[in-house]
Design a protein around this ligand. Sequence first.
Ligand SMILES: Nc1ncnc2c1ncn2[C@@H]1O[C@H](COP(=O)(O)OP(=O)(O)OP(=O)(O)O)[C@@H](O)[C@H]1O
Length: 297
Amino acid sequence: MHILATEGLTQRFPTVTALDQLSVTVEAGVTGLVGANGAGKSTLIKILLGLLPPTAGRAEVFGLDVVTQGPQIRGLVGYMPEHDCLPPDVSATELVVHLAQISGLPRTAARERAADVLRHVGLYEERYRAIGGYSTGMKQRVKLAQALVHDPQLVFLDEPTNGLDPQGRDEMLTLIRRIGTEFGISVLVTSHLLGELERVCDHVIVIDGGRLLRSSAITEFTQSTQVLTVEVEEGAEPLAARLSELGQSVTAHGRGLLVQVRGPETYDTIRDAVCDLDLCLIRLEQGRQRIEDVFRV
Ligand SMILES: Nc1ncnc2c1ncn2[C@@H]1O[C@H](COP(=O)(O)OP(=O)(O)OP(=O)(O)O)[C@@H](O)[C@H]1O
């Protein structure tokens, strides 16, 4: 049973087509929406929230039509926008309580709920300080807290790791996974880095130039796009030839070779080929997947 679906969804702006005949469904769980800058991710989220009427096609969230039932959709969905949009002169507590009340919670419930979500996202005493003095990581947490405060069934997180250092990024990804598993809230999270979503998502959708490139379970994804970097002291060319003869997909890459992983046997094939040719293996490493790798598939 899917939680949202689009069919032939198209969004044209005067000089660019941001979404082009996009048809995709999303199931409950944590889903990554990946694409380079300008691929159409934020546009899709705005349409799904009922904030932007599409030029053509249709979309529904929990069976509700995005064009005619936007307010009902926004009652069920939380939204963490990409850009910094926080008022600098109020505290996180004041802002999140205020937004909870706007979502329809009575004052006391709004205060309790705001305290809960701010704690869940890792803001403690700082929550009483003005947001203007917060670090980027703290601001991202406030944006996440306000997306969760009305107890939604689904949240749209637009580039939540933007501007964070590696530790902040790690903490945010762990938090996103917890939202999906412990809180039972479905998540649609965007990123331009496939590698970072791989850790937290059950499913990944890749779009490019507003078109659907791929939609697969994360397990299928990592298997089919996994590459090994193989480096030998000398003899990369004969090794490439031998691996090709043995049916492997090999490309030269700098001083090494990139070999597509077809299964566990790929590792054995490489080891045997290196031994047979009497070469000295200096590196055998799993390639880090980037969005570019998927575009080549
Ligand atoms: N209101 C608008 N008017 C005109 N063009 C727009 C508007 N909103 C988005 N676009 C254009 O549509 C394309 C898709 O933009 P969108 O923001 O959806 O991409 P994105 O995948 O979210 O990228 P990013 O991560 O950089 O925000 C871009 O070329 C963008 O310039």
